[in-house]
Write a protein that binds this ligand. Sequence first.
Ligand code: FES
Ligand code: FE2
Length: 397
Amino acid sequence: MRMDPARSVHATAPAGTHGSLLAGLATTAAPLDRARTLPREVYTSPDILALEQRELFRRMWLCIGREEDFPKPGSFLTQTIANERILVIRGEDGALRGFFNVCRHRGSHLVEEPCGQIRKAIACPYHAWTYGFDGKLLRTPRPEPGFRTEDFPLNPVLLDTWCGFVFINLDANATPLAQWLSGLPNLERYRLDHMRRAHRIDYEIDANWKIVAENYSECYHCPSVHPQLHRISDVLTGSFHQSACFNGGPMELRPGFSTMSMSGISKTGPIEGLPVEDYNQVHYYVVYPNLMLGLDPDYLLVHRAWPLAAGRTHIICEWFYPRSAVEAPDFSAADAVEFWDMTNKQDWGLCERVQRGATSLGYSPGPYHTAERCVHAFDQWYAQQLTTMLTKEGVEA
Ligand code: FES
Ligand SMILES: [Fe+2]
């Protein structure tokens, strides 16, 4: 990231036409006991979303899937990020690569399907320019004299992996992924790269993507909204950690419970090699901007929130278990899937209520409870990012 997360919002506000918004962001970024939640525009304004797309989603490392999604050469996945169509594909050499999904001839989108398997090469549906899985242009029909295929490879995007997750970055000058994620706690004990997807559910809800991240970041609402979750997990426990790339912390399972599921009892047992002190802990992390990790003693829950509009978000929820557990003949993730699908739907209803409130003239930023320190951490991070974006936009205007 080229934006400096440590930059003081107070040093940059107010400026130009964004003065009142910058002042609101400065209030969000204040210490928790004096802070107020984010200004309403950040949840409702198409202009703010366009700025986020341009300056956040086109510049940050974004998780687009797992290495297991690309089992062999030609396995691909496409993703729309900030109005850009991206193609990720495994090469004949086994390497994963990301490209703009755009033909170098006259710009046709190359691959329309969300995922799948290409047999031999990537053929453009327009004039049949044909590319290898490594992005090189292999051949064109009736080439003109002097035409050099090597001059027209697909335009690449940065791609890297972490713990089995595949990340891309549309900013060619981005900080390397490993450096960006170096602020995360060490999660090696969860052997995330050995995990395999057991289930996925896609949701679309009428709420801004940040409301989803904020809702994920606190359990102040849990006793009244999630009685099933509150039965299993003690919302008052836990500590809090943060760095430039994440915030979050653990919550304890109540005595007698071993996982977050309808029964609260793990069918598979804890992840192999997990230290005993993690047997009653569930760690929740928001990795900026839109990746949410829930580390149970026996599985990994992942949410990703992709903005579709200022007031609409696509949320992908996935359950991952150790490969040995998923491949066992009697394996079932149903207990955990049912639990989180129920909990998700309880949360989405609240997120949509908050979105409707944010569109009201009666909305004004409110105080944070100390149980919402992770929400405040996320909002502080966002306030700093948006302040930098608005200030840069004002300078460039
Ligand atoms: S636009 Fe792709 S071959 Fe012409
Ligand atoms: Fe919730």
